[in-house]
Design a protein around this ligand. Sequence first.
Ligand code: B12
Ligand code: SF4
Length: 503
Amino acid sequence: MKKKIGKIAFLDSPYILTEPFFQHMPPLSLLYLTAYAEKCGFEAQIYPLNISVKERRGLYYFGFDTRLLIKDLKNFMPDMIAVSCPYSGRWPFTRRFISFLRSYFPDTPIAIGGIHPTTFPEYCLTNSEANYVVIGEGEITMVELAKHILADKSPYSLDGIAFFDNGKFIFNPKTKFIKDLDNLPFPAYHHIDIEKYKGICKKDRISQLKGLYFSLLTSRSCPFQCTYCNMHIAHGKQWRARSPENVVSEISYLVNKYKVNQFAIVDDNFTLSKRRTIDILKLILKTNSIPAIKFITPNGLSAKTLDEEVIFYLKKAGALEIAIAVESGSDYIRNVIYNKRLSTEKVLEVVAGCKKYHLPCKAFFMVGAPEESEETINQTIDLIKKIKIPAYFNITTPYKGTALYDYYIKKGLINEEDLRQGRAMDLRLPVEESKDYAKIIQWRRKLQIFNIIYAWKDIITSSRWITVNNFKRLITTSLFPTQITQKDIDEVLKKYIPVNKNK
Ligand code: B12
Ligand code: SF4
């Protein structure tokens, strides 16, 4: 066997949530990074989270059995450790987790990546014991970084890197993105204990899919400019798409190798090109090596890219449910504040199309935009009454790198430090300091109650999938939401991520 050029350990980082929402598969980012590092001649190992514990007050902790993890890592003896921080709310955990790793591996270079370090590279480096931040899309930079370190060369000239060099902060923004995604290897599922995940998915069913499913990423980025979205800082402004043949060959590979025929399509904008979407769906239907598959789109499709023909093919090719991002019932909030460029008529048309083809559809909304008021909340209620589909409500979060962020900072509505520390991050983390917090929570609850009345009646009386547990979860999170406080975070960190400097 050809000798590997070095070893990289890719680790997820722990988190807490108010729902038992364990990751049903390791994050795609790590699966892609691992696969690419292997393709480039590295020995790579992926370490997904392996414990989930119900904490007090309805909080759930997802993390590592740390003793086992250290044992495994010591056996592997990586030349480099790479840790993911996939969203801001995880930062307090990622940071502590890095200190934990550092106490066992004092000299091993640690790189971090994901949207939060990408947004705040200098802060994340000065406030953790990591050595490098890989900015944005990470496959190529990560491999180049590891090669530089092994060759004892400074990564000074790499695209998309941040680090300190003798106290001087070096920051090279991300400017080059992978043009032809068909050249990437498929995610490294061969490193995953599939049986274990089958168990998790069986026990904890949160979507319409029954049992194990795989995530599929058929494209990266999105050309739209919603004012609350900062995905561009990781994946650039240009939409890059895999060919239908490449996507379908991945599906065929996964179905045949793992005997799993369920998928979650997690693109930023899967349906942007109508031609490509329909080509993928038709190809799925005519490929003999693929039996009937089922899929969902958990992070939302752009409603303005959908029409009856696309909905027809989505349903025909196996969509069990789609989600659409509506964000507000107020045209003003949706189009002026959020820049969605999506009319209420289009939302109604898409929902009607889904009803026509019996494709269950759910809607995502946000609450708490600048200029949100009783009036705009009532407009959202009016829309819920009309569409009568299940709706989910997140709190508007002005991530750095968005137009909304600039607005919030200018108006003094948010403190950048809260965002940096991963604190002001939707309802799941403490944002009680933010000025209109209590009002936003009240609005959200009002919307949730209307949603239960108007949408869930429709579901319960229809033949749609629903479980007692899911319904219980909806009622509990709507009427008695648990709020995570800083104290909860501190306690969980101490309890589950021990940091012992004398190791
Ligand atoms: C798919 C997705 C999900 C899926 C995840 C499915 C799965 N199996 O992984 C679901 C629907 C579950 C989800 C949930 C949430 N998500 Co989400 N999600 C996304 C989405 C659309 C794509 C992520 C993805 O897989 N991309 C594909 C991979 C290949 O790209 P990537 O993750 O960016 O990774 C690349 C680079 O970032 C980098 N990289 C990443 N990690 C690392 C680590 C190292 C060491 C290195 C070197 C590089 C590196 O290299 C990777 C490969 O190129 C992003 C938007 C986006 N495009 O980033 C939002 C996004 C990440 N999610 C977001 C949020 C807020 C959430 C939630 C917290 C929402 C909520 N309130 O519930 C939850 C968290 C739930 C949880 N338990 O983790 C935000 C984060 C914003 C922020 N600053 O925090 C994003 C950016 C969307 C947004 N703009 O609002 N999400
Ligand atoms: S459509 Fe989605 S991915 Fe595209 S800019 Fe808007 S929120 Fe971001």
